[in-house]
Design a binder for this molecule. Sequence first.
Ligand code: COA
Length: 169
Amino acid sequence: MTTKTRPATPSDAPAMCAILNEIIAIGGTTAYEDPFNPDGMIANYVTAPLLIACTVAELDGAVCGFQAIWRPDPSFPGAATMPPDWAAIASFVKVGMTGHGIGKSLFSATLAAARTAKVKAIDATIRADNASGLRFYGGMGFVEYAVIRDVPLKDGQLVDRIRKRFDLT
Ligand SMILES: CC(C)(COP(=O)(O)OP(=O)(O)OC[C@H]1O[C@@H](n2cnc3c(N)ncnc32)[C@H](O)[C@@H]1OP(=O)(O)O)[C@@H](O)C(=O)NCCC(=O)NCCS
């Protein structure tokens, strides 16, 4: 599967929403619980104030995944403990297209952007019940460095967050 990556633009927002909303609807991986609309996707991802890079992957001209890194956002769980030269990451690949290297190709583009922005470390804060997300970031070279205990979901269920870091040298 040969995918191409490029910076996201506002016109990608509907396709990005479709990818993320399907993942949200299935549940159990992303920390998001409410669906995104294109305006929210643009505000939080494509042109977010603290954004360093938002990259989409395309296969045959169709967006099949996206990944973003941001400077620490104070509203993000645990961001208060993140130095300002760190970045936070989120990654999403279309349901049914995972396991074919799309996430890895996105991370290659993200890493290049992080180096250009002189980011010292990238933080992935992942639901403890997201086994595939934990393994993906582990495969990319992230190592666990902290746990945030008992973060409540909307229904009151408490789920730990595992924090992994990727140090840039
Ligand atoms: C996590 C996610 C982005 C990974 O994307 P992907 O395209 O499936 O990942 P890739 O195919 O590029 O895999 C890259 C590496 O991670 C490993 N990996 C990925 N998913 C894995 C899994 N479920 N189990 C074991 N290894 C896995 C692969 O083996 C691969 O390593 P390799 O190149 O040495 O073989 C994707 O599964 C996804 O969108 N999940 C739902 C949302 C989510 O959990 N996001 C993360 C939290 S923000």
